[in-house]
Design a protein. Structure first.
Lengths: 288, 292
């Protein structure tokens, strides 16, 4: 397996932009595929404004910012990805959309290029079925926000070749991340542990164990967590958590993963957390 | 009576009792610490004074304040000495019958409006309060270990707790520098209610080969921002303590997520209790430091 020098990222949304930033910061050129010029421009604008913030806070210099952006090349044509050593897919969490795109990309890149998916909720082994030579396919799961979160899960699918896992581990290490090799189970490792815990907190909050602020305060002061579970849920997005929980439940029928009624109701009512100013902690406290 | 004038009595001179007594003397309350024999009482008093002396040495407290606080602690083995206490904080071993009996006996010693606090972590506040003829004055106040360093106290009323007792408890805890959260009299309150199933699920993930202890600890600290991974934390808490707390919660809730996974029983049987024995999930070279 040759070294990973050139990288392509599929999708310039939140996760895609975060991954692009991390990879470009490691000195590698990154090609980013989007479905339209407008979306590609929007992704680049979001990345630029994020980096501007970093410059203002003294996290990086003007020169570093310019260098980083010079390595990012947004494209809308799959054929432009031909020379990539590694492709990281980070488009919407829909199996059909991902499969279609992965099949097209696999037809363009070299036969030994590594293809990885950043899915958090779908089976990596199932997605591997959409590419030729599925032994080169694995999961590379970044956490949001990708530039700040240290851990990356390297997901070994049923057919992933050991040298592909090794290559992704050393690639993640070269990005300054802590790679953790995990099995292709619903939720992999972190979400497998996190989803039941967060569901449990939502259920007990609904059961009036304590008010939302006191639950968060207890776990922050008692256990030293940086964020309480309910403020974490608001940040993740209640719709995002609901989708992850439902996917894990559908794949396992394990009731610990089933979205609690209050969660589904919050999503149905359009209360999605920090992003729209209404969540389990957001909006409510101020209103009272 | 202002908080500063109130005499505090702490029942039980073990780790939690001496830690709580350290909190109250540091905040200006004259504190009487009670245990069954002189040796335990003396050890409790020494623990309080030792902590204060160390705080002064580390510059966390002035020499004068540490000396003054050290003078506020007094020990006794005679419950009758608690007669003048405005607040009694029970921190004896986790046994419902013993806690009830103690509150019953204190009814005849202390004043009518003396607050009874129980530091139980796994028993029902209502059940303990039933030992007193005046259950309306009993409030659950669960401190975290080490009490002098941890800000949090979980406050849980029993079924019959009066609102005056609840309010006075919140005020008292604020006066000793604690942050309170109000919860219900349910097994595990908030922290253990969520910590125990969390730790159990991490142990199960390890048993099921989802990761190694190192990879799970790395993933949890790196992705979730916890200060310690689940296995490092279990080693600090002690596998025997985790087993006890988990079993007690399971006995009350009958939900399997609280039940300690088989690996916990095997580790306890093997004497691998964590840091305190030099081996738990990890091995430690520095057990010699403990107790020296």
């Amino acid at each position: 397996m040759s070294e990973i020098n050139t990288v392509a990222v599929l999708g310039f949304g939140t996760m895609g932009a975060g991954i692009v930033q991390v990879v470009a910061a490691s000195g590698r050129p990154v090609t980013v595929l989007e479905s339209s010029r407008e979306r590609a421009d929007a992704g680049l604008a979001a990345l630029t404004s994020f980096l501007d913030g970093g410059v203002r806070r003294g996290k990086l210099t003007e020169v570093e910012r310019a260098d980083l952006l010079s390595r990012v090349r947004p494209v809308t044509d799959v054929a432009e990805l031909a020379g990539s050593d590694l492709v990281i897919e980070a488009v919407t969490e829909r199996a059909d959309v991902k499969s279609d795109l992965l099949a097209r990309v696999a037809g363009v890149v070299a036969a030994d290029a590594v293809i990885a998916t950043n899915t958090s909720a779908l089976s990596v082994t199932e997605l591997a079925g959409s590419v030729t030579a599925p032994e080169r396919f694995a999961g590379l799961h970044f956490f949001n926000p990708a530039p700040l979160m240290k851990v990356v899960e390297v997901v070994r699918a049923l057919r992933t070749a050991p040298e592909v896992v090794d290559a992704l581990v050393s690639f993640a290490g070269s990005l300054g991340k802590d790679p953790v090799v995990v099995k292709d189970r619903p939720g992999f490792l972190v979400n497998h542990l996190l989803i039941p815990y967060l569901n449990d907190v939502i259920t007990e909050y609904d059961n009036e164990l304590a008010d939302a602020e006191d639950i968060d305060t207890a776990l922050k002061l008692g256990l030293g967590y940086r964020l309480g579970p309910l403020e974490l849920l608001d940040l993740i997005g209640l719709d995002v958590h609901e989708h992850a929980a439902r996917s894990a439940y559908e794949a396992t029928h394990d009731p610990r993963f089933a979205p609690p009624p209050l969660l589904s109701q919050m999503v149905a009512a359009g209360r999605l957390g920090t992003k729209n100013g209404q969540g389990l902690r957001t909006g409510k406290d101020q209103a009272q | 009576m202002t908080a500063q004038e109130r005499t505090v009595a702490v029942l039980g001179a073990g780790t939690m009792g001496s830690g709580i007594a350290t909190v109250t003397v540091r905040a200006g309350h004259r504190t009487l610490i009670h245990d069954l024999d002189d040796e335990r009482v003396a050890r409790g008093v020494d623990t309080v004074r030792g902590f204060l002396a160390k705080s002064a040495k580390l510059g966390k407290l002035s020499e004068a304040d540490a000396a003054a606080a050290s003078e506020r602690i007094e020990g006794t083995t005679d419950l009758k000495d608690l007669a003048g206490a405005g607040v009694v904080i029970e921190a004896i071993y986790e046994d419902m019958a013993a806690k009830r009996a103690l509150f019953g006996e204190l009814d005849g010693i202390v004043g009518e409006d003396t607050l009874f606090h129980t530091n139980t972590s796994t028993l029902s506040v209502t059940g303990i309060a039933a030992g007193s003829a005046r259950p309306e004055r009993v409030v659950g106040t669960h401190y975290c270990n080490p009490a002098p360093l941890m800000k949090l106290v979980e406050v849980a009323d029993g079924r019959h707790t009066a609102s005056w007792a609840h309010r006075a408890t919140i005020e008292f805890l604020a006066s000793v520098g604690k942050t309170t959260v109000v919860t219900k009299d349910r097994p595990g309150f908030i922290v253990n209610r969520f910590l125990i199933p969390w730790e159990n699920s991490c142990i199960q993930a390890l048993e099921n080969g989802l990761g190694t202890k190192e990879s799970i600890d790395t993933a949890v600290t790196g992705a979730l921002g916890h200060p310690m991974g689940p296995f490092r934390l279990l080693d600090v808490v002690g596998l025997d303590i985790h087993q006890q707390v988990a079993t007690r919660l399971y006995e009350q809730l009958r939900d399997p997520k609280f039940f300690p996974p088989p690996m916990v029983d095997r580790m306890v049987a093997a004497g691998d209790l964590g840091r305190k024995t030099g081996r738990g999930f990890y091995t430690y070279d520095d057990t010699r430091l403990f107790g020296s």
